[in-house]
Design a protein around this ligand. Structure first.
Ligand SMILES: [Zn+2]
Length: 405
């Protein structure tokens, strides 16, 4: 059993301890210490990392876990040539404080968000997951709702940030069972002995085994990102502390650049951008109509240059531009309205060649079989077939073979 120093003082960054046990599994070598300030993974908060020192030797700790017997295990990072310390070795431990402080900001902020969400919506928070970038909670909302609208999220966020600014104390304690029974907990504890209670201001009281800041202002800032349905509940994505500050800086930089491009104020940028995108879409539609008309205008010229075949048949072969591709089918239809015409069209797209082989209704050549015989991938109806090829060979083959159809 390890003594959990992080419960006595969540701000403890360094400590001295003795290696009391060691084991190895597929993850690597784990050391149990008789006492530790490394927080073991639990309650959605990741296990701590950091380093252990003994004399001039150093071992990096990648993760921390607690077993059911109360031993707290420290996973050593793989280091070439390094042998782990023997059982009984005195070590000096140092927690990766930037990472732990970030976790404490997310964790304490989550308490404030959960309490504010409860007050605004009556929603009940189940699980916390502190992710590498974004954290989430799952919430059961009244009447089975699985999403909150923007106004509700803004009210929760505003209340949470007001509570952060109010700088209420965060107090953790382990009350006796009689005292515990009388506490107004937000939800029932999942353990029955040595229940740790976390209380924040006059609005949050819940059983929790995580590590907490000592005052709400240390959370800094809360930003709710979005909510979405997840397995019958609502999943709420949020950022706290430095993560929220960095996100603000990133978003501000991006929206300022957009506003400058539009010569607009930041708050005008979304509407102006919407208008610009609508105009661009309209221009694309008009361009498509013009290009289609331009492609179809090629029909008379192509028919005039058609190659004469036996039995009064005519052969049209044309290489089109990429922007002709959307109108290629219409062009083939116009040409094959004429009697006794075979048409082979080719248009490039993304480095490939798109093929369209068609013929007039009064002929019986199977264009689907023909397109396959060139080596191109494709097929279709006997009078109208599509294909595509990565290289020019099938198209060149078609040009040579077509006069002999
Ligand atoms: Zn907590």
């Amino acid at each position: 059993m390890s003594k959990a120093l992080y419960y006595e003082d969540a701000w403890m960054r360094a400590f001295d301890a003795r290696v009391s046990d060691a084991k190895q599994d597929q993850d690597g070598v784990w050391l149990c210490l008789d006492r530790t300030a490394f927080y073991p993974e639990g309650g959605g908060q990741p296990g701590d990392s950091g380093r252990l020192l003994s004399g001039d030797r150093e071992w990096l700790v990648a993760d921390t876990r607690r077993d059911p017997e109360g031993c707290i295990w420290h996973l050593l990072s793989a280091q070439d040539g390094a042998t782990p310390p023997d059982i009984g070795t005195q070590v000096h431990g140092e927690v990766d404080w930037a990472r732990r402080f970030d976790h404490m900001q997310q964790h304490t902020g989550e308490h404030i968000i959960a309490a504010s969400l409860f007050e605004v919506t009556g929603g009940f928070t189940h699980g916390l997951h502190i992710g590498h970038e974004v954290s989430t909670i799952d919430v059961t909302l009244p009447n089975g709702a699985t999403k909150l609208d923007a106004q509700a999220l803004e009210r929760i966020e505003a209340l949470a940030n007001a509570r952060i600014a109010a700088d209420g104390p965060v107090v953790c304690s382990v009350p006796d069972s009689k005292e515990l029974a009388g506490l107004p907990l937000r939800k029932d504890p999942t353990v029955t002995e040595q229940v740790r209670i976390c209380a924040i201001g006059d609005y949050e009281m819940v059983a929790c085994a995580g590590t907490h800041l000592s005052h709400t202002s240390q959370v800094g800032l809360v930003k709710l990102l979005k909510s979405e349905p997840a397995r019958g509940k609502m999943r709420l994505y949020f950022l706290c502390g430095e993560r929220a500050m960095k996100h603000y800086a990133l978003v501000y930089k991006a929206i300022t650049q957009v506003a400058e491009m539009l010569s607009a104020r930041v708050e005008e940028a979304p509407q102006l951008l919407r208008e610009q995108l609508d105009k661009a879409a309209q221009a694309r539609r008009e361009l498509a109509v013009l290009r289609r008309q331009n492609t179809l205008r090629k029909a008379p010229g192509l028919l005039a240059e058609a190659q004469a075949l036996s039995d009064n048949r005519r052969l049209v072969i044309a290489e089109l531009e990429e922007h002709d591709l959307p109108a290629m089918e219409a062009l083939a239809n116009v040409i094959t309205q004429q009697e006794r015409v075979i048409v082979l069209l080719c248009a490039p797209k993304d480095g490939r060649r798109n093929l369209l082989f068609a013929r007039s209704a009064d002929l019986d050549t199977n264009m689907s079989d023909f397109i396959k015989s060139t080596g191109a991938k494709g097929g279709g109806r006997p009078d109208f077939a599509r294909g595509a090829c990565e290289e020019s060979l099938p198209w060149e083959a078609a040009r040579v073979m077509a006069p002999h159809l």
